[in-house]
Design a protein around this ligand. Structure first.
Ligand code: AOS
Ligand code: ZN
Ligand code: ZN
Length: 390
């Protein structure tokens, strides 16, 4: 009897996959050289959610949308929640922003000046107010804090202040709310950042308590980093709260997930499944991407399909055969089992499976033929940049 999993055998697991979309993926974005605008770009958070809902409509994979405060500030978040629900999606993670205010030039939660720290803390408390109105579970914190030159800042004191500020924010969380702390080893600071790696995020969130977890952005590691090892370790420690999926070639490129290195995405998903992180409500799967030159909705459709396809391949890994080969120290045999799963072409099976669930076999084509892209291009004039939207 063979132990090889079959596509029919993984269908139920696939059906439970959920990937959260970032509202900012639907706005115009670019580099410091140029932000190109795309016809049909949303003009406000309501239109961003309508676009995100299209991704879910055609793929069945993206039932929630993350918001960014203040980019997605509206007068009435309960109304935005209702709007999302009318479109068949829910509001998800709330992302804070302490990187676009002059006061934060030398830090926010770590600043030497207590009044600036308080301003940054208050912003996070307001984000939690938003979470109360939207029903969101997670507050995601990415900090643009650090220094550019050796000697510029007292790194140790900054860790202490970070802990103090995070504690105040943590204390305001509701019973069912969480804080996820994202790490990044460079940019906008280049000598040191205050949360550069998973270890620092782990130390800081562990000091807070069980409602604080680590967020792993796949684009925030040095080239060559074994990211799947970090996934394994965080799952082992029960501290992996969320993913920000994207691809990088060079820096924090925020390109379509699975575009730069599909094999890395496969390896990450293998560890997610191995560690019990798949289909686990404690691990949020989010995209953190920008679509600088491609249309945004197709860009997001391609992204969630890439994750789905690589998840199917990872679920097809023959773990019985792999374990047997590992235990026999059959180096090449184990690697062959692993590569067999990676090289399995699941596209036809996925297309048939989608159809069996009332979804288009080819979501990308169905979307492009729907006429939605043309209609938003005609109706919307003056769409906004991701970071500066109403
Ligand atoms: C920044 O590099 C991070 O990846 C954050 O997740 C950030 O909050 C997001 O890109 C939106 O600005
Ligand atoms: Zn991120
Ligand atoms: Zn990033």
């Amino acid at each position: 009897m063979t132990s090889t999993p079959t596509f029919a055998g993984i269908a139920d697991q696939l059906a439970r996959q959920q990937i959260e979309l970032p509202s900012w993926a639907f706005g115009n974005s670019g580099t410091r050289f140029k932000v190109f605008s795309t016809p049909g770009t949303p003009r406000d958070p309501y239109e961003k959610i309508a676009d995100a809902a299209k991704v879910h409509e055609y793929t069945g994979l993206a039932p929630t949308v993350a918001l960014h405060i203040p980019w997605d500030l509206v007068d009435d978040f309960s109304d935005l929640k209702r709007h999302a629900e009318e479109h068949g999606v829910a509001l998800g993670t709330i992302n804070s922003n302490t990187f676009q205010d002059d006061d934060y030039k030398f830090g926010a939660l770590t600043h030497t000046d207590a009044s600036i720290r308080q301003k940054a803390i208050d912003h996070h408390l307001r984000c939690i107010d938003v979470m109360d109105a939207t029903g969101s579970r997670d507050l995601k914190i990415w900090l643009a804090e650090g220094s550019n030159y050796p000697g510029q800042a007292d790194m140790r004191e900054r860790q202490d202040r970070l802990h103090e500020s995070l504690s105040t924010i943590y204390d305001r969380l509701g019973a069912d709310q969480r804080l996820v702390l994202e790490y990044k080893f460079f940019e906008p600071s280049f000598y040191h950042t205050d949360v550069p790696d998973w270890g620092t995020s782990y130390v800081q969130t562990s000091a807070l308590g069980d409602k604080a977890m680590v967020c792993l952005d796949t684009g925030h590691h040095a080239p060559g980093t074994n990211i799947e090892f970090i996934v394994m370790q965080l799952l082992r420690l029960g501290k992996l709260g969320s993913f920000d999926f994207n691809s990088r070639f060079y820096a924090d490129d925020d390109l379509i997930v699975g575009a730069a290195d599909p094999f890395q995405l496969f390896r990450i998903l293998v560890e997610v499944i191995r560690g019990g992180g798949y289909d686990n409500p404690d691990v949020a799967f989010m995209l953190d991407q920008c679509h600088n030159i491609e249309d945004k909705i197709p860009g997001q459709i391609r992204s969630v399909l890439n994750v789905q396809e690589m998840t199917a391949r990872a679920l097809l890994l023959d773990r019985v055969a792999l374990t047997a080969a590992q235990e026999a120290h059959d180096v090449l045999g184990a690697n062959e089992v692993f590569m067999d799963a990676y090289q399995t072409d699941v596209r036809a099976d996925l297309a048939a499976w989608r159809e069996s669930r009332g979804l288009p076999a080819n979501p990308m084509r169905a979307y492009l033929e729907s006429g939605y892209q043309q209609s938003i291009a005609e109706d919307r004039v003056g769409g906004v940049q991701a970071g500066w939207g109403a």
